[in-house]
Design a protein around this ligand. Structure first.
Ligand code: IMP
Length: 497
């Protein structure tokens, strides 16, 4: 592959709010790599893996597992929130379809998702009212909280039941103080959730049945014994010798450190966080490819999205429990992209792009590509970009690109700058109290109005689309290296051949 010539370690991350099609490119580069490693996020991520003729959503085992039989090594790194129940389930799916996983390694230092994390994630969200983040309910926030509070348990603890129990007791003492404030019936209900062993860990008096947790997690220890190792040391030895692909999760704009705080996940989804989460240095990564959905983009969960089709109406609709692919289809039927109503355009784009959460089934909020966000985000990855889902807009008559914002709020101090009503912002200020007053300024382009799915060369793309790509490259200071024109592996254009 010309693009990766001479490279040994590369990373694929997302420059937006996740769900940009990383799975396709991890699979694409998985063929090139000897080792595929994840270092961030947890079961909040989701990628589709086809086993036999059935599609499955995987959350933790890297997409590169399909190359296991070819001797490639897949790693769940130290920075991942490791949920043993999810991993066991994914292993059983692989086993059932005869897909090998003999080269699958788990970092001994990855932090464990425990029943209390799943309970706390769900209960806090259910009580947060308008402060809710819209989490995936996979316990992610509470796991990283424990990590930083220095009371977390790691994968290695699965191998030492006595130490596991001591650490669990200590961790739970800490949690009980918080949990006592909540309604017992709500707790009981959440503890019956299938992600919490369908009641296996519940004790009516003490909330948690410690013996049941120890027993189940000791069983995981035995099950995973062969997979658990010092993956940091393994990867450090491999750097410069083997071809390593680092698989990002979520996206820069959801990074705890650089995203649209507080509406973010709890790990650092940038390439810095990813390298750290597999025990490498950032400068071990020779090429970072950042994915950008274009010329529309999406977001799941709460948080500002200035270019959202249909604005607040859409945010509210997409956040309504029970709305999913089926209910939307029933309500709206088949919608073309020829919509004059912005909200309906959003629904149409969602349907056309099949934009429903892999982990939760929630409808993804849709909107126009936002350059103030893109300019900001590439600062945390690189200027090498992959455009995905471009074909979704094949039938759209008019394409809008947000080139800047007009700030419409009261005077507000941001560091050494003062924002005033009418200020222009070319690069985003991720502060939610600024974002809520950011009015997009658009540049409009005519749509290319032809199918690009069969095209494989940059020179064959319609001129109108080439003009849009050129404009984005210049305005955002990026170089588009790859264009994805459909979900299949072959539906890919390598810009420089
Ligand atoms: P959490 O990661 O479950 O704590 O959720 C925090 C925020 O990140 C919510 O807005 C989620 O919708 C969002 N989020 C988490 N994982 C993903 C993902 O894989 N794709 C898109 N959004 C995600």
């Amino acid at each position: 592959m010309k693009l990766l010539k001479g490279k040994k370690t590369i990373a694929v991350v997302c420059n937006q709010w996740g769900d940009t099609g990383k799975g396709k490119f991890v699979d694409y580069f998985g063929e090139w790599a000897d080792i595929i490693a994840r270092g961030t996020g947890g079961a909040n991520a989701g990628h589709t893996i086809r086993l036999g003729n059935k599609e499955h959503i995987f959350h933790l085992i890297p997409s590169g597992i399909l190359y296991d039989a070819k001797g490639k090594i897949n790693i769940i790194g130290n920075g991942v929130a490791f949920d043993p129940a999810v991993v066991e389930h994914e292993m059983s799916l692989l086993k059932k379809s005869g897909c090998s996983f003999k080269n699958l390694l788990f970092s001994k230092d990855a932090h464990l998702v425990l029943p209390q994390h799943l309970l706390l994630d769900r209960i806090k969200e259910s009580k947060a009212g308008s402060d809710k983040i819209g989490t995936t309910g996979r316990g992610i926030g509470p796991v990283y909280e424990d990590h930083y509070a220095r009371i977390g348990l790691t994968v290695n603890d699965l191998l030492n039941p006595k130490i596991f129990e001591e650490k669990l007791q200590r961790n739970l003492r800490n949690k009980m103080v918080v949990l006592r404030q909540y309604d017992k019936n709500v707790i009981k209900k959440i503890m019956q959730h299938e992600h919490l062993g369908s009641g296996l860990f519940y004790d009516a008096k003490n909330i948690f049945n410690i013996d049941a947790i120890v027993k189940e997690y000791t069983r995981y220890g035995k099950l995973f014994k062969k997979n658990i190792t010092d993956t940091d040391a393994f990867l450090r030895k491999a750097v410069g010798k083997k071809k390593i692909l680092l698989e990002g999760a979520q996206g820069n704009l959801l990074s705890i450190d650089h995203g649209t705080y507080p509406f973010v996940t709890a790990s650092d989804c940038t390439v810095q966080g990813l390298a750290k989460g597999v025990g490498l240095r950032e400068n071990d990564v020779e090429m970072t490819l950042g994915i950008v959905k274009a010329p529309f983009m999406t977001r799941v969960g709460e948080g500002a999205f200035p270019t959202e089709f249909g604005g607040e109406e859409s945010a509210k609709w997409c956040g309504t429990p029970g709305i999913n692919k089926e209910t939307e289809k029933e309500k709206f039927g088949d919608l073309s992209l020829d919509q004059t109503d912005d909200f309906k355009l959003g629904v149409a784009v969602r349907m056309k792009g099949d934009e429903y959460g892999a982990t939760t089934g929630r409808p993804r909020r849709t909107g126009w590509l936002d350059l103030p966000f893109l300019r900001y985000s590439v600062q945390y990855s690189s200027s090498d970009v992959i455009f995905t889902k471009v074909d979704v807009m094949d039938t759209c008559k008019e394409i809008k690109i947000c080139v800047a914002y007009e700030y419409t709020g009261p005077e507000y101090i941001v560091g050494d700058k003062v924002l005033k009503n009418g200020s222009r912002l070319n690069i985003v200020v991720t502060d939610k109290d600024v974002l809520k007053y950011c009015k997009p300024i658009y540049k409009t382009f005519p749509g290319w109005l032809s199918s690009i799915r069969n095209l494989r060369k940059m020179k064959d793309l319609p001129q109108k689309l080439k003009n849009i790509i050129k404009f984005i490259e210049k305005e955002a200071g990026i170089k588009v290296r790859i264009i994805s024109v459909g979900p299949d592996r072959e539906e890919t254009i390598m810009v420089d051949g």
